[in-house]
Design a binder for this molecule. Structure first.
Ligand SMILES: NC(=O)c1ccc[n+]([C@@H]2O[C@H](COP(=O)([O-])OP(=O)(O)OC[C@H]3O[C@@H](n4cnc5c(N)ncnc54)[C@H](O)[C@@H]3O)[C@@H](O)[C@H]2O)c1
Length: 437
């Protein structure tokens, strides 16, 4: 039986999936309509920065286990499994824009697929989407839905160590063929309907987003009460029924997934007439959160007009250069609108389109030189290595606003800097007790 797998859409998920499947011993062909992306991948150049991915990409290209083409017929020829990983961004009304998925499906109708080919939708889609696509592809291929849960920054590791493999199917034969790809992994496999599998993905992201918005609400409350959200949420998260993951306050969730997936699920729930209240609240809290760090800066500086603000971090999270829907860019825009002059630095982002009036610095200390205050917007570990005393020498008005609660407040306060986190107590006694505990 052919060991060939075809990946349609070699963006973030497609690239990691292609390399991951090659690591698992399959012969993988990636196809994309972006010819320059395919040319780059053929040359061993990934479209995004992602840790641990360059070496296996080049190794599998060299061995021939992995190839990239711009001809769909060649890509699917003899492939027993065709995996769709095209983008499903938000439409203006918040619903998922499925046009790329429809275009990819239509294109598959025009090329000869292998007999008994299985088409696997891995893009994130609203419930009912894969059933509809199965109708379109009836007579050409069996269609299953298998959500992807990987995170940017740890994409290949997540792909190869999934918590679960969810397969939404109406055909046990098709599901078995797909699940066989991951036989080498020790992950539980959940076989369910396509609609259930689509909901599992959307609801998982909505729940993670809910935890972030919840943590932010509690942090904002803690600030008012003079309490420390770090201690409060740590104490809550130790409860195994709750868990500490994603209970971290900050500027809110950005990036290409959470907001669009919650919006998409809310649209579905509104259409169904139930289940949308909490989803709406998650989005409202998240939408308001970035403004809080800007307010903190304005309050502490006595206004932002004419202030130079060093901004550390542009990527929506550490470990990636992805700035899609990054809240940092939104915050930069707000700063400019209020008359500030941001000077930004990100260790991975060198070419982002910044709002007019922002400058890009070559390193963290250069960004801070002569700035009135520092604002931390991405949780890059390298920012922790900057010596507070070096920062104190460069910041004109000695203010650090840490939108990610990344830095150790005591070290900054000790050199005379004013430190403000999100829901974080600035009482050094409380912090040192927390560390001791
Ligand atoms: N990025 C993540 O962390 C992540 C994690 C899990 C799931 N997802 C979901 O996976 C899907 C893909 O996300 P992504 O971040 O990889 O998107 P992306 O924008 O990085 O990649 C999508 C790719 O599909 C290609 N494409 C578009 N139309 C095509 C067509 N008709 N034929 C072939 N290729 C086509 C694009 O050129 C692009 O390279 C989305 O539904 C997303 O919600 C993303």
């Amino acid at each position: 039986m052919s060991k060939k797998i075809c990946i349609v859409g070699t963006g973030y998920v497609g690239m990691a999936s292609a390399i991951g499947l090659a690591e698992l011993g399959w012969s993988v062909v990636g196809y994309d309509i972006m010819t320059e992306r395919i040319a780059g991948l053929r040359a061993g150049i990934t479209p995004y920065r992602e840790s641990g991915i360059d070496e296996p990409l080049r190794r599998h290209l060299a061995s021939g286990a992995l190839s990239f083409v711009t001809d769909l017929a060649a890509a699917v020829h003899d492939a027993r499994i065709v995996i769709l990983t095209v983008g499903t961004p938000s439409s203006s009304d918040g619903s998922a824009d499925l046009s790329a998925l429809r275009a990819a499906t239509d294109a598959l109708l025009r090329v000869p697929l292998a007999p008994s080919a299985v088409v696997v939708v891995r893009s994130t889609v609203p419930p009912g989407t894969t059933d509809a696509l199965a109708g379109v592809l009836a007579g050409h291929a069996r269609v299953i839905y298998a959500p992807e849960f990987l995170r940017e920054g740890t994409a290949l590791r997540d792909f190869l160590h999934p918590d679960r493999i969810v397969v939404g199917t109406e055909s046990v034969g098709a599901a078995t063929a797909y699940a066989a790809l991951f036989e080498a992994l020790e992950a539980p496999v959940l076989l369910t309907s396509r609609c259930n599998a689509e909901l599992i993905k959307g609801v998982s992201n909505a729940f993670l987003a809910l935890k972030i918005s919840f943590a932010n609400e509690i942090a904002n409350l803690c600030e008012e009460l003079g309490a420390d959200a770090g201690d409060v949420l740590r104490g809550v998260g130790y409860d195994r029924r709750i868990g500490g993951a994603f209970l971290a306050p900050g500027i809110g969730f950005g990036g290409p997934c959470f907001e669009k997936d919650v919006k998409s699920l809310r649209c579905v729930a509104e259409g169904a007439g139930t289940g949308y209240e909490l989803l709406g609240a998650v989005l409202r809290v998240n939408n308001a959160q970035p403004a809080r760090v800007v307010e903190t800066l304005a309050r502490e500086l006595g206004g932002l007009d004419g202030a130079t603000i060093a901004v550390w971090g542009l990527a929506f999270k550490a470990g990636t250069d992805d700035v899609r829907d990054s809240l940092a860019l939104r915050i930069l825009g707000d700063l400019v609108e209020r008359g500030a002059r941001p000077v930004a630095y990100d260790p991975a982002v060198r070419t982002a389109v910044l709002p007019k009036g922002c400058r890009l610095a070559a390193n963290a200390l250069e960004a801070a030189t002569g700035a009135d205050a520092l604002l931390v917007l991405t949780e890059w570990p390298s920012f922790r290595e900057v010596e507070p005393v070096a920062l104190a020498r460069r910041l004109r008005r000695g203010l650090v606003v840490d939108g990610r609660n990344l830095l150790d407040p005591e070290r900054f306060v000790a050199v005379g800097l004013r430190y403000r986190g999100v829901g974080r107590s600035v009482d050094p006694v409380q912090s040192s007790l927390a560390v001791a505990g």
